[in-house]
Design a protein around this ligand. Structure first.
Ligand SMILES: Nc1ncnc2c1ncn2[C@@H]1O[C@H](COP(=O)(O)OP(=O)(O)OP(=O)(O)O)[C@@H](O)[C@H]1O
Length: 362
């Protein structure tokens, strides 16, 4: 895949604070890349460097193989959509869409053609004569996307575009952004702290912490094979349960041991040999545990239901198991009174094992 955006050894400091240090990232042509991380991790800073709104302290940025590190934002072939919409309040929707094109001296018929196309794609035709104050939040954000769309740019940059919208509108517009990407096939770089947006929209997610990309992979890999405990804990709701213990050898095979309980590691494909005595953390997602009601006669993995949280389609159980608290997802129709004894079985093929010291996946 040809690269659309390449970031080489990018550094940026605010005074003595290094927000980004020698960051490298290649974004493919037509790719939807999501920069995901909690507040302050540097994702907006990175996006603003690509947009040309911040000057890097070091490194280079290429868009379509052209070094744009020192180019003005308007000369980079990018369109940016902000959380705050950034529309001109005194202009109509139509004027908001056309203004940049008029400044660039585009012929009038071409401007009209582009506005009609954007209005059609984003279903804002009936709103063209209104001012931003006469629009809902979702409609304003559509106009803001339209403004990037009419410029016919190579790369769309989105900075938390859905954060100001209520939950229902957020999920509706999320689907529309996905549809937009499917039909336009432009490169899109999208900043968010919302893991659902990241998992649903991205071709690849770059998950960031303290200015460093922790893992860059497709959503399925990020979810099922997190590279370290930070990624594992950040993605998934409720979070992966972490059980601290160690590797012991039983019948010539390594097993995970915690608080007097053994977990067979059959089915787990470790990248390195599991030496007895190694301190490790077993990570288990709520939907990868099977809850059996026939507790009688079962030896290991006895657990007790502590709390149940019915969520309609799912029922979330908080269990006590081997001195740990563990969340488990079962079908909504399966109800459990607090105090019920159950027996658990684990699918180790879907579990994660981390080194307790480095917190890296084994
Ligand atoms: N103009 C500035 N001067 C000094 N420090 C700044 C400035 N802008 C950002 N920072 C710092 O840089 C770090 C990264 O900020 P950035 O806005 O990129 O984070 P973010 O991950 O996008 O967070 P958020 O989701 O809250 O916007 C933060 O620690 C922030 O305090």
């Amino acid at each position: 895949m040809q690269n659309s955006v390449s970031i080489r050894d990018l550094s940026l400091s605010f005074g003595a604070v290094n927000v980004l240090e020698n960051l490298n990232l290649d974004i493919g042509n037509g790719e939807f890349l999501v920069l995901l991380g909690s507040s302050g991790c540097g994702k907006s800073t990175l996006l603003n460097c690509i947009a040309g709104l911040l000057e890097p302290t070091g490194g280079q940025i290429f868009i379509k193989d052209k070094n744009v590190t020192w180019e003005e934002p308007k000369d980079r072939g990018i369109g940016m959509v902000f959380q705050s919409y950034a529309l001109y309040p005194q202009m109509t929707v139509e004027k908001n869409l056309s203004f940049g094109l008029q400044v660039a001296k585009m012929p009038k018929p071409e401007i009209e053609k582009r506005i009609q196309r954007a209005a059609e794609i984003l279903q804002i035709g009936p709103l063209l004569k209104r001012k931003p104050s006469e629009l809902s939040g979702g409609q304003r954000q559509r106009v803001a996307i339209g403004r990037a769309l009419v410029r016919d740019v190579d790369v769309f940059l989105f900075d938390e575009p859905l954060s100001n919208l209520d939950a229902k509108l957020r999920s509706e517009l999320r689907v529309e952004i996905k549809r937009l990407h499917q039909s336009l096939k432009n490169t899109m770089i999208y900043v968010t702290h919302d893991q659902i947006e990241a998992l649903t929209l991205a071709d690849r997610i770059a998950i960031m912490k303290s200015g460093v990309i922790q893992q860059l992979a497709d959503p399925n890999t990020i979810y099922n094979a997190p590279k370290n405990m930070f990624v594992a804990g950040f993605i998934g709701s409720p979070s992966m349960t972490f059980l601290r213990g160690e590797i012991v050898e039983k019948d010539g095979k390594p097993v995970f041991h915690t608080n007097g309980v053994d977990f067979s590691l059959d089915g787990y494909s470790a990248a390195e040999p599991l030496q007895a005595g190694r301190k490790v953390v077993l990570g288990v997602r709520p939907e990868h545990v099977k809850v059996n009601e026939d507790s009688a006669g079962a030896e290991a993995h006895q657990a007790t239901v502590d709390i149940e949280e019915p969520m309609g389609a799912d029922n979330l159980l908080w269990l006590k198991h081997a001195g740990h608290s563990m969340s488990v997802r079962v079908a909504g129709a399966r109800r459990f009174a607090p105090g019920t004894a159950v027996r658990l079985s684990f699918d180790m093929g879907l579990a994660s094992l981390f080194d307790a010291g480095t917190e890296e996946r084994i």
